[in-house]
Design a protein. Sequence first.
Length: 203
Amino acid sequence: MTLTPQRTLLAAGVAACAILAAACSAAETPAAETTEAAPAPAQEAVMVGGAEMLPDRTIVQNAADSADHTTLVAAVTAARLVETLSGPGPFTVFAPTNAAFAKLPAGTVEGLVEPASKDALTKILTYHVVAGRVTAAQLIEQINAGGGSAALTTVEGGTLTASLRGDSVILTDETGGVATVTQADVLQSNGVVHVTDTVSMPN
C-alpha cells in the first residue's frame, strides 16, 4: 500500500517536549483518539534506504540506519529533536528522503541547519509529525469517511490534507505543495513512519 506526503522542507521531527506534550494532550481529533487506542500491528522488518527497519527500535534509531534519510537525521539533530522522537510517543512521521530535500532551492538545507535557523527548522520538522499512530489503512479510512480527504493536525499546529490519487495517498501542504507516500507502514516501537518524496511546508 502506498501513501504520499508533501513538498517543501525538512521533515520528520516533533517539536520541543513542551510543544509535543501540548499536541499530544490536545489530540482530541477522531484520528488521534483512534490511533492512540490501537495497539501496534505486528510486522516483520522491512527495508528502507538499504537497511532493515526493526519494529522494536525507535524512529530515530531506524532512521539513522537509512541511507535515504541522512539529511532528515541531520535536520532532526540540528533541531535538537532526537530525544523527543526517541520518546514513547506514539508518533506518525511523514519522512522525506534525501532526494526530496534535493528538490529544495540550492542552499535551503544548509541554511536551515544553521543554529540561527533552529526555530524555522523545528517548525518544518514538526509539520511532518502527527500525534498518535496512524497506519495507511486508518488514513485511507479517514479519507473515505471525509468524502475524499482527511485533515491531519500536525504537532506544529498546522494541517496536512491527505487524499488519494489512484492507489497512492498524497499530502497537500498549506502552501499547495503535494507529497506522495512512497513507502507506508514502516512500524517503529514508538510509532510509524511513512516515507515521502517531497518536503511539506507549513505557512
